[in-house]
Design a protein around this ligand. Sequence first.
Ligand code: ADP
Ligand code: F6P
Length: 322
Amino acid sequence: MKKIGVLTSGGDSQGMNAAVYAVVRYGIEHGMQVYLIHSGYQGLIDGKVTQADAKSVEDIIHRGGTVIQTARCPDMKTEEGQKKAVNTLKRYGIEGLVVIGGDGSFQGAKVLSTKYGVKTIGIPGTIDNDLAYTDFTLGFDSATTVVINSVQMLRDTMACNGRTCVVEVMGRHCGDIALYGGLASGAEVVIVPEVGYDIDETVARLKANAAHGKTDNIIVVAEGVCSAEKVAADVKERLPEMEIRSLTLGHIQRGGNATLQDRLLGIRMGALAVECLACGKTDRVIGIKDNAVFDDDMLEALAKTKRFNTELYRLANKLSQY
Ligand code: ADP
Ligand code: F6P
């Protein structure tokens, strides 16, 4: 394969740039011409394509966001949009495409491969960690690191005021950011969609902690459950004496430098994607299991159901008992 393209799509995530870097440099190393497709599927439809050289990806490994831009592109769900996307690939002679994105972006990749025969390789780029076939997705580690740093900062002020703070974190329908972030920052309550929200349990935990002399608490709630404001209002209704604040962390979770884990993951996944294309593989997704990167059949991988880490959830509950 002589010409390959790479795009980033959907919600950006730290580590996407590291993957783009590896696809470009490793592709060139394999004697390929590598094309950057700007602004995800929208750029593919509109023909926003430039050829990369090694310098194009200089000094990007660490950076959050994606230097080749991203987009949510409704047109890609239409036949007209898909045909335009395929025409762009034909016009540039691009034989293989690396799609870096989340579940939605992989649906687009699936359409391109199954309906139009485009050789596609998916790299999981999303902070949500919501893809079942892989232990981790690009950006999850960095976003969760933002969560734990934020909780630590909040703890300073909550502790000296004897207050409780509800922190809402991202993740769409997946509770991993809340679970890992809550556990690693010592949050007193972690609320995730996989388990559900029970205000009686939350209040019981806060009361039990108060009985042991604890005056400050952090409650981490995943956005897939409800808002921080709702949890704060529910607690206030039951415990009017409690001083409570709420905060939605929001897009700060997608910003800042990628952690070591996400840089390595991006580089390793990008390199494997190139290797797959170099030997003519198609319709594959790249993942990581037990610290080994692998490629798997796209359709089979996407059909898997995500398993919630009940062991970590149990630990989060046990360890937060004051
Ligand atoms: P993410 O990839 O982060 O999950 P989205 O769900 O927004 O983000 O999907 C990103 C893009 O992937 C969409 O804007 C659209 O262009 C494309 N996409 C999503 N679902 C499909 C689909 N069923 N068919 C074709 N393209 C899709
Ligand atoms: O899928 C990644 C994600 O950051 C989700 O966690 C969040 O719900 C969503 O994207 C936010 O989307 P937007 O950037 O379009 O506001």
